[in-house]
Design a protein around this ligand. Sequence first.
Ligand code: GLU
Length: 464
Amino acid sequence: MSVVTRFAPSPTGPLHIGGARTALFNFLYARGRGGKFLLRIEDTDRERSKLEFEREILDSLAWLGMDWDGEPLKQSLRGEAYAAAAEKLLSTGKAYRDYTPPEEVEALRQKAQEQKLPFRFREEMARKDPPKAGAPFAIRLRFPTEGVVGFDDLILGRIESQAKELDDLVIVRSGGEPVFHLCNVVDDVFQGTTHVIRGSDHQTNTLKHVVLYEALGASAPKFAHIPLIAGPDGKKLSKRDAARSALEYKEQGYLPEALVNFLARLGWSHGDQEIFSMAELIKHFDLGTVGKSMAAFNPDKLLWLNQTYIKNADGKRLAELMREHLRHEPKIAVPADEHLIKVAGIQKERARTIRELSESSWYFFMRPEQYEEKGKKFLTPEALASLGKYAKTLKGVSDFHAKPIEAATQAFLTESNLPLKDLAQPLRVALTGGTVSPGIFEVLEVLGKDEALARIEQAGKILG
Ligand code: GLU
């Protein structure tokens, strides 16, 4: 049997962390088994579904490298299929028309609740005849009244409920609108889904769905419910813990492979390995190794992963990402690629995000106009005098690369009887405006001789 999974988001908001992880597990499971990974847009809620969210979800998946097979199936275009399924359930006697006004059902439910009695809506309570001609009716699926309803979950094990605890399920509302359960099941039959992998908040829905599959004469797919994501404190993940959407992480300067790696490890593990390429995830991912308990969201771990991926990323790619990021900085004239690649190359060791990488690199793109307070104290008259002499040495370096610059600098230090630190820190402040930067010889190389000399001269003028 070839595997078919699908991700079925409702486009009522952007793709958030939980959704992205669900998509990823479906993607990995299918790709690791030569199967298909399909998409379905569950946009039956006309009011809350928005095209812009649908686009954002697709863009997010593409950014994260989860390519899907074929065209996404859109539920808003499948009304006829749902109507036909409801019709079939009516004609085979699995479902019935219910003319009970929804308020009446609600009132009965409330009353039972007040009396602390169990309440289940069953066929015998339903109004079977139209109170007036043309009155709308809901369609309800008849549910078993005894025994258990259940399924074997690939992650959680056996999940069951007493049949008597479940209502006869409304599958079409009295306005004629098919409900989530019907659309979801009809489409999984239509798409040939073999494995439904979704959040464990759908567990109780699945109890209903298995009855629906059976009534439709279809075999149910296998189910895997992924435990939800907890916040760093172990409680429910809140808005403060994570970014609103996957694309927000992109804007904050996260690399997609870092986010993918992070998402995969939210609830799944493979020995004690932490770093996984997409290919490795595809190879190793399995549902049996997804944990049963909530996975805690740890933003520091995401930062650490991102830093690791940035460190190992190719300079050209980092340069492109920095360019993208710096687009929003009107004051900065972003330099040519070559220069940016060099900047990325020497800065990447210390950046946790592309944003940090870009922001901490500003002095490569702009001459500092002033100096940090704590930097100024290094620019004493003696230091400025040494810098002035050192400028002559620099001028004489014909091959302006870190190694020859370092050699010339060593000679200068020996000759002037100066320790490196007495030169390096004032030089750093003159070149960068502050006290933190990569190795000073690399900084000199990347700035280039003319710019470095101009900055040393400027420091002398401003502070001398
Ligand atoms: N639209 C549902 C959701 O976003 C889909 C559930 C499912 O995967 O079946 O939760």
